[in-house]
Design a protein around this ligand. Sequence first.
Ligand SMILES: [Fe+2]
Length: 316
Amino acid sequence: MLGSFLPMKRYEELVARGRAEPSPLLAFDDEVVTASYNREPFLIGHRLTTHPLFSLAHLFALCRRMPRESILYRTGHIPGDADLDTSYDRYKANLTLEQVLDRFEDNHAYICINNPECDEEFAPVIEGLIGEVAARIDPLDPGISWYSTYIFISTRDSVTPYHMDREMNFLLQLQGRKTVHLWDPTDDAIMTSEEKDNLLAHIGGRPRYSAGIEARAMTYELTPGLGVHHPFIAPHRVHTASELSVSLALTFRTRRSDMWTDAHRFNARMRGLGLHPRPIGANALVDRTKCGIARLGQGMHRRLEAFHRHGIDQTA
Ligand SMILES: [Fe+2]
C-alpha cells in the first residue's frame, strides 16, 4: 500500500511543528478553509515554486534513485475518459524510464513519483508541508491517520483522466499551468450512493465518467504558487497547458474520513445482502454506528481467519 499510517503521537508532533513553523510554505485563507474544507474545492497559496529541491534536474535525479516501482509513467496523448488505473500500462509505448527521462518532451511523457517522502532529501520538506496542513485542519477535522504524496511531471497538453481517490488532497502547482475540473461527490447525478459504497469497499472499478456531468464541473486554473483542495472522494480530471507542468499532491485521510470509509463498507455489505441502506452523510450518528459495526465485523473476521490458520485462537 502507498503512503504511511500516522500514529497519534507522530500526528501531534507534526501539528506542533506546523503551528510553530516560522516561515510557512503554505498560505491558507482561514475563513475559506473553515467554510469550505471537505465541502467544496478552494484555492490555497504556496511558496514551493523557487524551492531548489523541485527543479526538473532534482526531480529527474529523484526518479533515477527511487525504487523503480515508485515511478509510474505513460507517453503520448491520453483520452480524458481513459481508465486511470490501467493507463500507465496501456500508454507506455514499450519505453524504459531512462528513455522517458532522456527525451521527456519528445515522448510527450507523464511521470508520477509515488511517495517522494520516502527519499531522505525530500522527507523533511514534505513532512513540514503535512505538518502545516495538519495544523490548519486540526480544529476542523482532527487526526490525520495516513498520508501519501505524489509528484506529477507532465509535458504540454497532457490529461489525467477522470477519476476519484479514496482520500482528501491539496494539489499544489509548481511549474506550468493546469486546469483542474472537480465534481461534487455529494451530487447523486455525479456518483450514486451505491457507487460510493462500492468505491470505498473496492468492489468493481471506480465510477466512470459520463458526458452528462460535464456541465456540473467546477473548474480551477492553477498557476505556479497556487493549489486546490479536493474534498473526500471528489471526482476530478486534470489538463496541463502548452508547457511542462510540475505539481505536488498532498493526499491524506483523517479519523473522520476513515469513519466514512468504514460506514460505506458497511453499506456495501448490506447491499450485498439485498438491502437498501441509508446513504452515508445523511446522519452522522448512524454513520458512526455503521462504522463501529463494520470494524467489529472486521475484527471478528481477522480472529476467525487466525483461528482457522493456526487451529487455536492466537489473537486473544
Ligand atoms: Fe487523483
